[in-house]
Design a protein around this ligand. Sequence first.
Ligand SMILES: [Zn+2]
Ligand SMILES: [Zn+2]
Length: 391
Amino acid sequence: MTNYLKEAMAIREKLSHFRREIHRKPEVGMDLPITTAFVVEQLEKHGIKAEKPIDCGVSALIEGGKPGKTLLIRADMDALPIQEDSGEEFSSEFPGKMHGCGHDMHTAILLGVAILLNKHKDELCGRVKLMWQPGEETFEGAKAMIEAGILENPKPDAALDLHVDASSEVGNLFYSKGSFTTSADNYLIKIAGRGSHGSSPQSSIDPLNVAVQIYNAIAAMRIREIAASEYLAMSICSISSGSSFNIIPDSVELRGTMRTYNPQIRDYVVKRIEEIAQQQATLFGAKASFEIAQSAPTIVNNEEMVDKVTEYLEDFGMQFETDPNFRISASDDFGYIAREIPTVMFFLGSKPEGLKNNLLHNPKVVFDEEALPVGSALLSHLASKWLCEHA
Ligand SMILES: [Zn+2]
Ligand SMILES: [Zn+2]
């Protein structure tokens, strides 16, 4: 059996080079031409055929020498619209853009998986489909890759995914059985009223009044209609309207987000927010529209698959501190894949030793590059063992 950890350690410099190249040139959203070209170039350099199911998404198939199933491994490649302040010598060369969620690490880790598995493909049962997607932060990329057929020809039987964890050191591995990340729904409510002079409110249909009623009714709905034991984070984060002391505006826009692990609660609350917005508007003679602007489903780790892959950690060659009850109140569009096929997502420790307050999505966040070979080896080891056991 291949010792993937040893092999990954031997290419750590290469992985670090990949990561730094990507880190220097962060690209945001669905438009990642430089990053995509880099991934394709590296795959081809290592004799691996790359495909582009969408403009800025890459896939590659490592066909094993023995028969078996198909396992998908996914990485996201997009950066964040923030100004880097990490002090790293390979900091972002693009103002206002930064790899602050570690997707540069994910992209390099998956390139490592491609190199390692391709080298040992003769002993692989079945095949591994590798997927590099854009647009995770905007919840667009996984959906676009699925629409372009990433889950067909061949259809993956299961999938693995890994996210770096900036707040724990290398050697930590977190996962859950069942719900792992929350769903996220970012919604927009538009209220159309009628403006007037502030001295004669009776001539207006005041949309600000309607916005306040909606705000309060949503808060009351959460307290009165959802069990207190249910995890549900709801925040209205933006109310925009008006420009003066004495002009009642025509319209208001509210922007909010909701997070939960429970898909039934998610569907119920989405329906109720829309009802509340429309009924409160009607009550005061205004009109309201409601739309979900961005959405990602919860990631539910498949319990049987969690049992299997965590069993495979025993002969990995490195002892992990694990927490099988780890859940995060953040979201990831890997949820679109997790709701189609059995999946396991991990959080892999990658905080440099001794550092405090190292947080994802923060302009100062830094990562321990030791997590690169560990991540590549871990995914290669788990994939090859899962495939051989399920051949
Ligand atoms: Zn992120
Ligand atoms: Zn992320």
